[in-house]
Ligand binder design. Structure first.
Ligand code: ADP
Ligand code: 5GP
Length: 199
């Protein structure tokens, strides 16, 4: 694939990372309901099997391992997370940024670091729960993972927290309403609002 030129695009690229269970999906869902923000969420490709209720093309693009390998060159970043491949298709992201829309990538820290290298203007936001005990409780309450998966996610969380220092903004997702407000304000400050003049 021809190298994508990520410079001089009017939209801002936002990376949202944080341990599984820290609240990234909840926060993004709430942000999308806010008027005044011009946001699109990138849909990742993955080899992870769909969970109950998940749909290909809406939640993820669910692929077999060979299918994932076939599109690897078209990805802005990719990583192995919890035993599966995940990656961000580059072209939809570039198109949205070209149209002045901000794009949020909800991806892991390994992916965030790759984005930092390719797109230096990207804003990297790291979300964490108030503590590992709260994180564990949230994973259990969510009820989507079995015990082995919860343990894997907690071990991974410790690694992600160590790499979080490369991120520009750190958000502790304690009270949900306050966290959504804080995140929305950060996005407006970073030119993701409809009413912001880009010049
Ligand atoms: P992630 O996308 O980071 O894996 P989720 O958005 O799925 O995390 O959140 C994990 C669980 O924690 C969900 O059950 C969600 O409803 C809950 N949750 C998210 N944010 C908060 C918060 N601020 N306070 C309490 N529970 C939360
Ligand atoms: P889940 O399988 O629970 O939806 O996601 C597991 C982890 O994979 C989360 O930390 C999520 O942020 C990460 N992830 C999802 N999509 C991508 C992606 O496209 N690239 C990378 N690097 N990580 C991703």
């Amino acid at each position: 694939m021809q190298e994508v030129d990520w410079t001089n695009l009017p939209g801002r690229l936002i990376v949202l990372s944080g341990p599984s269970g820290s609240g990234k999906s909840t926060l993004v869902q709430r942000l999308l309901e806010r008027p005044g923000l011009r946001l699109e969420v990138s849909i990742s490709a993955t080899t992870r099997p769909p969970r109950a209720g998940e749909r290909s093309g809406r939640d993820y693009i669910f692929l077999s391992a060979p299918e994932f390998e076939n599109i690897r060159e078209q990805l802005l970043e990719s990583a192995e997370v919890h035993g599966h491949s995940y990656g961000t298709p580059a072209e939809p992201v570039r198109k949205a940024l070209e149209q002045g829309t901000c794009v949020i990538l909800v991806i892991d820290v390994q992916g965030g670091i790759q984005v930092r290298e390719k797109v230096p203007s990207a804003l990297l936001i790291f979300v964490r729960a108030p503590g590992l005990d709260v994180l564990e409780q949230r994973l259990r309450t969510r009820g989507t993972d079995d015990e082995a998966s919860i343990q894997r996610r907690l071990a991974n969380a410790r690694r992600e927290l160590e790499l979080a220092k490369c991120y520009d903004v750190h958000l502790v997702n304690d009270d949900l309403e306050r966290s959504v407000d804080e995140l929305a304000a950060i996005l407006v400050q970073n030119y993701c609002g409809d009413r912001i003049d880009h010049d």
